[in-house]
Design a protein around this ligand. Structure first.
Ligand SMILES: Cc1cc2nc3c(=O)[nH]c(=O)nc-3n(C[C@H](O)[C@H](O)[C@H](O)COP(=O)(O)OP(=O)(O)OC[C@H]3O[C@@H](n4cnc5c(N)ncnc54)[C@H](O)[C@@H]3O)c2cc1C
Length: 566
């Protein structure tokens, strides 16, 4: 029998500084990795595996030992907890009626993989073929599939589509999801969209259940999966509460980083490379703070220019979604997780065998569909949650209500455009690394993205109106039956739409230094010994969730780093 929070006691200390049997001074390493997130933990493992190189991993956040991180459903709380979260706010956006958006990002070992919703989704084949065709050889689907499989330890075992024996556990929750999910899937089938047993297999379209990065009821963050197994290596040093402020340059070559560790400024030297894994907001910020970015922006913000690279921070993409809430005639997770006695029951249930609602995501099922004829691939990503929390647009700084479901039986269906074409930006506001960067989203600024919103809204309603899901719908709670016209749908979207936290593309990979930041080997254009490896290098956001694609990018990037330094 497992104790409820025994998971928190298992991991080794988060901060390790090993006495290393090397002749270099202690502040000199072969590789310096900035950020222990989805990508950084993979790189720390792979680059230290041979034992030949000294690797330093620097993380601005702290330990991930908390049960809020290790117990899967804890993300309802870490979602708005500044102890683990950068808590970004975007600029006001016209598509959101002038509202700002709250953008949680992980600031802790594991980064955003320590507070995400754990859905494992690779995306469509065409996503990667388009990356390759945009001038990035080696990034097509057939090139990247081996890297997805390399990481994977899928509970279904090895197959043409899946890997087994890798570090990252991918689990199937078909025997545990809420019974309402089956009604959702059957409604999709009744509408003719078909069902898929494996969104990451041969058929990536249709209705189905999500696979999740959860291992035996514990979050399979990249910290748990990749970093912990490597922590005992004497050539790997991990420092937490270490905010990197800039990359140290000699001419156009990276030679180290300047970092504040527990309030003390320090410099660390790199013999081979500095690798930025700070994520889609922080990596472009750090490049700009280091003088690598658009010359006019840096001049305006008082940052000395090292290298004019105008695309740094440009091209920001994200998935923008809205949820439709339906009151239910049958109990949902609101009935389970709302009352105090339900929470206690869920805790006991989890303590017994790490199962039940606390042991998985509330985002349990969904679909990838084409909403109109003539499309080559799905344009809409739908999510089905057998729970509802209508107060999730509370102002930043206040606790969001994800931990408190609505006091009535209800579920939600959300949707977002798979491949938005709108692009925003990330820009430093000053030369001070402590100042949050300016995040401009420019949501729904293309006709393509706007069309999908209207079709998505209509599709969600048609699913809810189709048996057997329709049989349990009592009424549409939000936005409500009066929201029908295109204008009303957009007005509602402006009021309630928001991010699903897939920020990417701000240091995009591409062949042209005028329009991209890294080349196809993830080296910063015009610089030496400096790479970016994280969600920011996506040339375009993938069709689905972004954690698995980031881990793939890190696997492939690690091979490139090792090959180029062999
Ligand atoms: C609430 C939420 C839910 C999500 N749900 C899902 C989901 O269900 N499925 C899915 O596939 N994806 C999901 N995502 C998205 C996914 O988790 C991210 O795309 C992915 O984790 C990004 O990986 P990354 O390596 O680019 O950045 P991160 O994982 O964010 O890592 C960046 C790391 O760098 C550190 N860092 C940044 N700057 C510095 C600095 N200057 N010095 C030192 N350290 C620094 C950060 O603290 C962080 O630890 C979700 C994201 C969020 C926020």
């Amino acid at each position: 029998m497992h104790r409820l929070f025994s998971v928190a006691a298992a991991p080794p200390p988060p901060t390790q500084t090993h006495p290393a049997p090397y002749s270099q001074p202690m502040n000199e390493y072969d590789y310096i990795i900035v950020g222990a997130g989805s990508a950084g933990c993979v790189l720390a493992n792979r680059l230290s595996a041979s034992g030949k190189d000294r690797v330093l991993l620097l993380e601005a956040g702290g330990s991930d030992r908390s049960p809020l991180i290790q117990v899967p459903l804890g993300y309802g709380l870490t979602f708005s907890d500044p102890k683990y979260n950068w808590m970004y706010t975007t600029e006001p956006d016209a598509a959101l009626g002038g509202r700002t958006s709250f953008w949680p990002r992980g600031k802790v070992l594991g980064g955003s993989s320590s507070l995400n919703a754990m859905v494992y989704m690779r995306g469509q084949h065409a996503d990667y073929d388009e990356w390759r065709d945009a001038g990035n050889p080696g990034w097509g689907w057939s090139d990247v599939l081996p890297y997805f499989k390399k990481s994977e330890d899928h509970v279904w075992g090895a197959s043409e589509h899946h890997g087994a024996g890798g570090e990252l556990t991918v689990s199937d929750f078909a025997d545990q999801v809420h019974p309402l999910c089956e009604r959702f899937l059957q409604a999709g089938e009744a509408l003719g969209y078909g069902r898929t047993a494996d969104f990451n297999g041969a058929r990536k379209e249709g209705f189905g259940l999500w696979q999740m990065t959860i291992r035996k009821g514990v979050r399979a963050s990249t910290s748990n999966a990749f970093l912990r197994p490597a922590m005992g290596r004497s050539n790997l040093t991990v420092l937490t509460h270490a905010l990197v402020q800039r990359v140290l340059l000699q001419g156009r070559g990276a030679v180290g980083v300047e970092c504040v560790v527990d309030g003390v400024k320090q410099q660390f030297k790199s013999r081979k490379e500095v690798i930025l894994c700070g994520g889609a907001i922080n990596s472009p910020q750090l490049l700009q703070l280091s003088g690598v970015g658009d010359a006019a922006l840096l001049a305006a913000k008082g940052v000395p220019l090292a290298h004019h690279l105008p695309a740094v921070g440009q091209g920001l993409q994200d998935h923008l979604c809205v949820s439709y809430f339906f009151k239910s005639k049958v109990p949902t997770l609101n009935n389970t997780l709302g009352p105090w006695y339900g929470k206690v029951w869920a805790g006991i249930r989890y303590a017994l065998d790490r199962k039940g609602p606390l042991g998985m995501s509330v985002n349990q099922a969904g679909a990838f569909v084409r909403s109109r004829p003539g499309l080559a691939q799905p344009n809409l990503h739908l999510y089905f949650n057998p729970i509802s929390y209508t107060a999730n647009t509370a102002p930043v700084g206040k606790r969001f209500q994800l931990q408190n479901p609505d006091p009535f039986a209800a579920f939600l269906i959300s949707f977002n455009t798979c491949r938005p074409t709108s692009r925003g930006s990330v820009q430093v506001q000053s030369a001070n690394a402590q100042d949050k960067p300016l995040i401009t989203t420019n949501f729904l600024t293309t006709e393509h993205d706007r069309q999908d919103i209207v079709e998505g809204a209509r599709m969600v309603r048609s699913i809810a109106a189709t048996a057997p899901l329709a049989d349990v719908v009592q009424s549409e709670h939000l936005p409500g039956a009066d929201v029908q016209s295109e204008a009303a749908i957009f007005a509602d979207f402006a009021k309630r739409g928001g991010s699903v936290y897939h920020a990417s593309c701000t240091c995009a990979m591409g062949p042209d230094a005028a329009t991209s930041v890294v080349d196809a080997r993830l080296r910063v254009h015009g610089m030496r010994r400096l790479r970016v490896i994280d969600a920011s290098v996506f040339p375009a956001v993938t069709s689905g969730n972004t954690n698995a694609p980031v881990i793939m990018v890190a696997e492939k990037g690690a091979d490139m780093v090792l090959a180029d330094n062999a």
